[in-house]
Design a binder for this molecule. Structure first.
Ligand SMILES: *Cc1c(COP(=O)(O)O)cnc(C)c1O
Length: 396
């Protein structure tokens, strides 16, 4: 029988279950071994000199890291996947790989804040100029392209406010001008948006979030088309940034259940988002799968699903009360934890700052609370949010 992953037409959960390692490579054990490695031995001097042995040193990969990379390539349809120690490293290393002094970079304004920080500090110091663009730009990005624009960096939906970008339109213009398109696809994951099929050249996934799924590991994945894979791999080799087998094992373990987890996250989050529309104290719900959300048509055209992260805008009233209302909401929560990151099994809430935005104004109605909907029962989460809203509404 052929390995199930050899067939392209398999369903996503079958791929998630079987991609990566072949149990027959390791005596039939279902999971790959966790190989701890720096040194790899060679049988003789000739083999050592030949550079032909599959594994040569721990920084270049192990059977465990390879199993994860192969599984991700099967999901993304990519030629290669680079594994790095965090989601942020999965953003910064491709930028370093494809940019040099004198280059120009376009970055969406609704970007994950640490990506902006990297562009405005280290890339700026290296002589790379960044221009931020409106997430609704679409083909209008052509007006922003300069002769030295080498990379267009997208993130869709945008961080915390979920603006949807027209990725095919942006990619087409970028390619016409010889620029590489990168996308931070952490929110949708390759399950709900297969970025390389939409013109993206390099797709980034903070595996810390849904892929690992258990809030206990940090990891970043960068997957590239054949045309761009070598540049990425060369940069990783030059920088010496690699991930360890223990973390890769945990992420591969998380990957097996990612489909069923995401399905739960999706239904619970969308159900809550719908129920929260029009509730006393909620000015707006920011979720791209809601029909009246501004980017909804694009989301519907391109995405196969929505994940478990969305935001609510509280009825802020007088601006002087925004922080007090937001804090009252957060402090009244009993099930949602107050903490950063998302994609784990447990629900989280955070007051987000949108002060870094330079093009798109933050919502004017009130403070923005980001909710990560975990695997708890939805009714319990709704009760918790109602507790938060009651506390916020009591602040005047
Ligand atoms: C969390 C996150 C990252 C970074 O991941 P870490 O593993 O926490 O460094 C990158 N991009 C987006 C959109 C994220 O939400």
């Amino acid at each position: 029988m052929a390995k199930p992953t050899d067939k392209a037409e398999l369903g996503i959960n079958t791929t998630l279950t079987h991609a990566g390692n072949d149990p027959r490579d390791f005596h039939g054990f279902v999971n790959p071994p966790v190989v701890h490695a720096s040194t790899v031995l060679f049988p003789d001097a000739k083999t050592m000199a030949s550079n032909k042995q599959k594994y040569t040193y721990g920084t270049h990969g192990t059977p465990t890291t390879d199993a994860l990379a192969a599984a991700i390539n099967a999901l993304e349809g990519s030629a290669g996947t680079m594994i790095v120690p965090s989601g942020l490293a999965a953003v910064t290393i491709p930028l370093l790989a494809f940019l040099k002094p004198g280059d120009h970079l376009l970055v969406v304004d609704s970007i994950y804040f640490p990506t902006r920080r990297f562009c405005n500090t280290m890339l700026s110091d290296l002589g790379v100029e960044t221009t931020y663009y409106d997430p609704a730009v679409g083909a209008g990005i052509e007006a922003l392209m300069k002769p030295n624009t080498k990379v267009v960096f997208t993130e869709s939906p945008g961080s915390n406010t979920y603006e949807i970008q027209d990725i095919p339109a942006i990619s087409e213009i970028a390619h016409k001008h010889g620029a590489v398109v990168m996308m931070d696809n952490t929110w949708a994951t390759p399950l709900y948006f297969k970025a390389l099929d939409f013109g993206v050249d390099i797709t980034i996934n903070a595996a810390t979030k849904y892929t690992s799924g258990h809030s206990d590991v940090l990891l970043g994945l960068v997957s590239a088309t054949a045309e761009h894979w070598k540049t990425l791999l060369t940069a990783q080799t030059n920088l010496g940034v690699c991930a360890n087998s223990d973390d890769c094992y945990l992420v591969l373990r998380g990957l097996r259940t990612m489909g069923v987890r995401l399905s739960h996250h999706q239904h619970a989050a969308l159900g809550l988002a719908k129920d929260l529309q029009g509730k006393a104290g909620v000015a707006k719900v920011l979720h791209p799968a809601l029909p009246d959300f501004p980017g909804h048509d694009l989301w519907k055209r391109d995405f196969k699903g929505s994940s478990g992260l969305f935001s609510i805008v509280l009825d802020g009233g007088d601006k002087d009360h925004w922080v007090a209302k937001a804090h009252a909401f957060l402090d009244a929560l009993q099930i949602f934890g107050l903490g950063y990151s998302w994609g784990g099994f447990e629900s989280l809430a955070v007051l987000v700052s949108l002060k870094d935005r330079t093009i798109i104004p933050p919502p004017s109605e009130g403070p923005v609370i980001r909710l990560q909907i975990g695997l708890e029962d939805r009714e319990d989460l709704m009760d918790d949010i109602e507790r938060g809203l009651a506390a916020a509404n009591a602040v005047s």
